[in-house]
Design a protein around this ligand. Structure first.
Ligand SMILES: NC(=O)c1ccc[n+]([C@@H]2O[C@H](COP(=O)([O-])OP(=O)(O)OC[C@H]3O[C@@H](n4cnc5c(N)ncnc54)[C@H](O)[C@@H]3O)[C@@H](O)[C@H]2O)c1
Length: 341
């Protein structure tokens, strides 16, 4: 890639499934990039997306990499396929984006980062929750009041996630691996790095093999304390899905994010509330706009990083720290002990 040219970067998508649809629609909103090829091991899916989105379809990623002239690849497949696909792209010299969780196992995730470093390609994990505009606005508001010293970052829902993602019911590690990875990343985004955590897990949904509720208590390097609360099985009316609930406190002041995209700033001088507004997209579902808009934002960030030759905010290297928190939470839940990080 020539960082000085303004020709659109040429990208390919691997994984034409449930969440991949948000990616391919998102790419059409992004300035400076175009998706020229799509790949799915199911040839019918690849062909359908090739027709719908005007891209060359492939059912084999290696063949696509051989035939197409690409600047980057965007991988939206199941976690167990992330390492082989990222390594394949790195060997082909392509910059690469990969969905969360980067991998189920830390060794695989570290190997992915090393492979991209060795090949000299950029590697970003598509960790989109910190790109949700309400979370970015909330952090700015909070920083104006000083660093937060106490708070909670919570994801509570009973929304039926299993119809679109039936594979989740089978995963032995469920809500921390699938959603905690986002919410722990948000906790890092708001509080910085952590020094210790304690975690307890439980289950509300009898069909699930893994834990679907978890409580995690964290201590930050700054001395701040926060909780990360996770539930996939709660009955709540109206259900907050897919909005995150956040409360950040500093001495004498607090900021809070509540559904839908509503921020409250509470200080001795003022009590101020406002709604964070998002652009409308023809393809987006208004119920899921916070998430869909964040996909466009992280994709735009990726294009800017490639053009300017800088490390993405959620680079593989950065995201290893989030994945380490996920694994520490499971270790704590299994041992019943506080885990030092
Ligand atoms: N960031 C978010 O908000 C968010 C939300 C949902 C899912 N996800 C993540 O997105 C990823 C995909 O989840 P999904 O629900 O879309 O899964 P999915 O099963 O619906 O889609 C995955 C697709 O990848 C294809 N595939 C698998 N291996 C392949 C290979 N080697 N080569 C080519 N194609 C291959 C499958 O055939 C399938 O079509 C997961 O990592 C999941 O955690 C992220």
């Amino acid at each position: 890639m020539d960082a000085r040219t303004l020709k659109p970067l040429r990208g390919a998508v691997i994984g034409c499934g449930f969440f991949g649809r948000n990616h391919i629609q998102g790419w059409r909103e992004v300035a400076g990039a175009e998706i020229v090829a799509v790949c799915d091991q199911d040839p019918a899916r690849a062909k359908a997306w090739g027709t719908e989105f005007g891209a060359v379809p492939y059912s084999d990623a290696a063949e696509m990499l051989r035939r197409e002239s690409l600047d980057f690849v965007d991988i939206i497949t199941q976690p167990e396929t992330h390492r082989p696909l990222v390594e394949l792209c790195a060997r082909a010299g392509k910059h690469v984006i990969c969905q969360k969780p980067m991998a189920f196992h830390l060794d695989d995730a570290r190997a992915m980062v090393a492979a991209c470093d060795a090949a000299g390609v950029r590697f970003m994990v598509h960790e989109n929750f910190r790109w949700q505009l309400p979370n970015r606005v909330l952090r700015e508001e909070s920083r104006r009041l000083g660093s937060p010293v106490f708070g909670r970052v919570a994801w509570w829902t009973g929304f039926d996630i299993y119809t679109n993602q039936p594979y989740l019911l089978e995963q032995p590690r469920l809500v921390i691996m699938d959603m905690g990875v986002h919410i722990l990343d948000l906790a890092r985004f708001f509080f910085g790095e952590f020094t210790q955590l304690y975690c307890q897990v439980g289950r509300l949904e009898p069909r699930a093999k893994g834990e679907d509720v978890a409580l995690i208590l964290l201590k930050a390097e700054s001395g701040a304390t926060c909780s990360v609360e996770l539930s996939y099985g709660s009955r709540i009316t109206p259900d907050p899905f897919p909005e995150t609930l956040v409360r950040l406190e500093s001495p004498g002041a607090s900021v809070e994010l509540r559904p839908v995209r509503r921020i409250t700033v509470d200080t001795a001088e003022t009590l101020r509330g406002f709604e964070v507004e998002l652009p409308a997209y023809a393809w987006a579902d208004p119920r899921f706009l916070t998430v869909q808009d964040s996909v466009v934002r992280i994709q735009q960030h990726w294009v800017e990083c490639l053009r300017e030759g800088r490390e993405p905010e959620t680079s593989g290297r950065d995201n290893l720290k989030t994945l380490e928190l996920v694994h520490a939470a499971y270790r704590s839940a299994e041992s019943g002990e506080v885990v030092k990080l």
